[in-house]
Design a protein around this ligand. Sequence first.
Ligand SMILES: NC(=O)c1ccc[n+]([C@@H]2O[C@H](COP(=O)([O-])OP(=O)(O)OC[C@H]3O[C@@H](n4cnc5c(N)ncnc54)[C@H](OP(=O)(O)O)[C@@H]3O)[C@@H](O)[C@H]2O)c1
Length: 243
Amino acid sequence: MRSFQDKAVLVTGASSGIGEAAVAQLRHAGATVFGLVRRTDALEASKASHPDVRWLLGDVTRPDDCSAAMQVVLDQVGRLDVLVNNAGIFVYGSLENISEQSIRNHFETNVLGLIFMTQAALPALTASRGSIINVSSAAGHKAVPGNSIYGATKAAVESLTTSWALELAPKGIRVNAVSPGPTESAGFAKMTARDREETVAQVPLGRKASADEVAHWIVAIADPGSTWMTGENLRIDGGMSLI
Ligand SMILES: NC(=O)c1ccc[n+]([C@@H]2O[C@H](COP(=O)([O-])OP(=O)(O)OC[C@H]3O[C@@H](n4cnc5c(N)ncnc54)[C@H](OP(=O)(O)O)[C@@H]3O)[C@@H](O)[C@H]2O)c1
């Protein structure tokens, strides 16, 4: 492990769940941390809960918001070392029942938003020879009947991770992913009790993770000492991907 001192990290979807746990742990590790949230009420709540994090307002599905957020980062600290693409939505829906709008929202947020944010951050990450951490899901590499659209968005995230790892290697930028299984969060709490139970039942270790248990590995990959890993997808799912 090396020091995060003088390192700047941007985490999207930082108002709750895994993103909030990540900003708290990264700040504790000594990084200058920027958290992007999309709602003004969430912005105020986040400022109150984590006053030592620098909070930004923006919707990752809007390229202009991504550019504006990056401009604030550069104006304030002049660099970005790590981008954590965590913002995402997951609403269970079978192929038969999921609405057109929900399908579009999943791809807009989980895929297009991640791409737009990464494009906005690319010049700064090139300058710092930084790294990108994409938050995928066990659903990105497992068959997920009843949740196929979400799974497809996360499969896209995993594809982008390996392609970008090679595409950006000449710039010295590393690109990795983490793939959580069921994890306690605001998003997870919104699922029906039955969907939550059925998902957790697929975990060999027999429980859901805490957001902190997932954020631990985001911090480990973000660590300035993690200099030789790229194109990896860390499965943090209590063994769920093994069955
Ligand atoms: N929890 C799980 O079981 C689990 C498992 C595997 C993977 N994941 C992935 O982990 C990531 C974090 O999820 P979570 O469980 O921590 O859920 P969460 O508590 O719902 O957090 C998601 C965050 O993303 C933000 N967000 C959504 N759309 C956005 C947009 N267009 N622009 C900016 N921010 C946006 C949300 O903001 P709002 O509050 O404004 O909606 C929220 O802060 C997601 O990518 C999810 O797919 C979660």
